[in-house]
Design a protein around this ligand. Structure first.
Ligand code: ADP
Length: 580
């Protein structure tokens, strides 16, 4: 049901509950086919008239526009004219003409379906890419009568996610191919545990969007989550589309191989090689010149032909990358006279280049990013650099950053707002509280710039057990590995204190996983010591799960005397003895 209609029902709820007789209205709604016999029974099982009315309204709130209209008509037929007039102004339009007449081309019905499925909104400045859009839609139509995969692939920042979100903003497509809804999931690079969390949240969202008797407990393993999702898609959302944004590996992909309709974005074109029923849409890395110029013009509120001559050179310099053009556009909005300056920034190939194994050209982005940073106040620039500790593709609430920065939540939100406005940070408005995240190219850039900051974090770990602190315990080794801080990684992970703290907060499984995950790096320093720590954890894992938490030094003292774990424990035991 679209937002206006739902809001009207909620506002009128108390009055409706007071007056209506649900059993009369339900007869009409059943004959209109918007209410089932089971739902009717559930309403009638309530003991009083008022409770029945409340139950009917509750059921109605989960339904679509047709149900609202049917309810409205039933009120009229049962001579509740006054009550019907409360609902009249917000009656949804069902005709295709009504659906088309909205300025941005997105009708409230489509908007409601997309918000419910967590599909992101358009960026503030948006240009259409009709040829590409049609290609994606054409492929999506192939899923009308059969399950399968549509893969949109291309380099980072080329506009894949924006395109995927745009492709489903079409009433006819939804009606004909995906009448059971569109469900968006941001996947990103994720480990087993993260993947489980994402699957859990997807299952939760799907379960929430139906009236269910008793809430189910979240699935506790990947296999269980996959089965739950398979069941939900098959039984409750058979013709829905699942959009998986930014999938990296086939391992993740397999978790969603559940015989349903999927649209996925990825940088890896061969990701879906092994699945059947697949359709590929390549996204070129840059926009054509006119489109890129249009973005710049929209940012500065100007007309294409009024753009200065440097505009074309900027587009040429960054090869029309939607991400870079948007970053520069956002800067120009604030400093409209700086065309020459930003062009020079782009042309000066003086910034340290972010080298990756792939062949992506990051150079232009580096420069655009640095230019974005330079316009921030010095104090904010430092805060922004701290964001390099965020995990790739993980979205965090402002509260996490308030812990990191040691600032009041409201101050943090103000700073984040500024970053969002400058396209330096992204905000997911589909969640409450809002979640913030960096584009992964921005994160790469910051990581490169910011090694020293990470080194400092390893020294001053938080010690309280705030939920936010979990983040640092969980991701610090990962950040160090990614930033190439091998020395810091050894000293962190070859430390009994770290083992003690992390095991106490997160349990032993995660910790063991770190030693496996970063084994190759640790082995360059000392493979023996790595094995000693891993063995200690494997042997004592179950003890470390016990509460009260055991004395780790005591446990470690039972290790072989040649083990580094034993040596550190002995030192600590002696210190304890000296302290008395
Ligand atoms: P990808 O998924 O390929 O990494 P995104 O879709 O996230 O890339 O796009 C990166 C950024 O580029 C967006 O945040 C937006 O600022 C800009 N962008 C992408 N597509 C468009 C578009 N059609 N119009 C305007 N800006 C766009």
């Amino acid at each position: 049901m679209e937002e206006r209609a739902r809001s009207c029902l909620l506002r009128s709820r108390a009055t409706l509950e007071q007056d209506i007789k649900a059993s009369y209205l339900m007869d009409h709604m059943i004959s209109d086919g918007v209410l089932t016999g089971v739902e009717e029974e559930r309403v009638l099982s309530k003991p009083t008239r008022r409770e029945q009315a409340a139950a009917l309204l509750e059921v109605l709130l989960w339904k679509d526009n047709r149900a609202y209209i049917s309810f409205y008509n039933a009120l009229i037929r049962e001579s509740y004219g006054d009550l019907a007039s409360l609902l009249h102004n917000d009656l949804p339009q069902l005709s295709p003409e009504g659906e088309k007449s909205y300025s941005n081309g997105i009708s409230p019905t489509v908007q409601a379906i997309l918000s419910e499925g967590g599909v992101p909104q358009r960026p503030v400045v948006f240009v259409n890419r009709p040829a590409l859009l049609n290609k994606v839609r054409e492929k999506l139509y192939k899923l009308q009568n059969a399950v399968g995969w549509v893969t949109v692939f291309g380099m980072a920042g080329s506009g894949k996610s924006v395109l995927a979100a745009e492709s489903v903003k079409d009433h006819t497509l939804i009606k004909e191919c995906f009448p059971d809804g569109i469900h968006w999931l941001s996947v990103g690079q994720c480990e087993r545990a993260d993947l489980l969390v994402r699957l859990q949240s997807l299952c939760f969202r799907l379960e929430q969007s139906q009236v269910s008797e008793a809430p189910l407990r979240p699935p506790s393993s990947l296999e269980e989550a996959k089965e739950r999702l398979r069941f939900l898609m098959l039984r409750r959302f058979p013709r829905a589309l699942l959009i998986l944004d930014d999938v990296w590996d086939s391992y993740t992909l397999r978790a969603f191989d559940i015989q349903c309709r999927v649209l996925l974005t990825t940088r890896n074109r061969s990701l879906t090689d092994s699945v059947s029923g697949r359709y590929l849409v390549p996204v070129e890395s840059g926009l054509d010149e006119e489109k890129a110029l249009e973005i710049l013009a929209l940012y500065v509120n100007g007309k294409l032909h009024n753009l200065p001559e440097q505009a074309r050179s900027i587009v040429k310099e960054c090869k029309g990358s939607p991400l870079v053009v948007s970053l520069i556009g956002a800067l120009l909005r604030e400093f409209p006279e700086r065309w020459g300056y930003y062009l020079r920034q782009l042309q000066k190939k003086q910034f340290q280049r972010i080298r990756k194994s792939s062949s992506y050209d990051y150079e232009a982005l580096d420069q655009a990013m640095d230019a974005s940073l330079q316009v921030l106040k010095k104090e904010h620039r430092e805060l922004y650099k701290d964001l390099s500790v965020l995990e790739k593709d993980v979205k965090v609430p402002a509260k996490v950053l308030s812990v990191l920065w040691g600032k009041e939540l409201e101050d943090v939100e103000d700073v984040l707002q500024e970053f969002v406005n400058k396209s330096l940070l992204f905000r997911d408005c589909n969640q409450r509280p809002y979640l913030y995240y960096l584009h992964d190219l921005q994160l790469d850039f910051l990581t490169e710039q910011n090694r020293s900051q990470l080194q400092a974090y390893s020294k001053g770990l938080p010690t309280s057990v705030d939920v936010e602190c979990l983040y640092w315990y969980r991701f610090l080794p990962h950040h160090m590995a990614r930033a190439g801080l091998s020395k810091e990684l050894y000293s962190l992970m070859f430390s009994l204190d770290w083992v003690k703290n992390k095991a106490q907060i997160m349990g032993s499984a995660h910790l063991i996983n770190d030693y496996v995950e970063y084994g190759a790096i640790l082995d360059q320093e000392n493979s023996e010591v790595r094995l000693q720590f891993q063995e200690f954890l494997s042997l004592n894992g179950h003890q470390l799960e016990q509460r009260p938490f055991p004395d780790v030094v005591q446990l470690a003292l039972s290790q072989p005397h040649s083990s580094e774990v034993y040596k550190q424990a002995l030192l600590q035991a002696k210190e304890r003895a000296n302290r008395g």
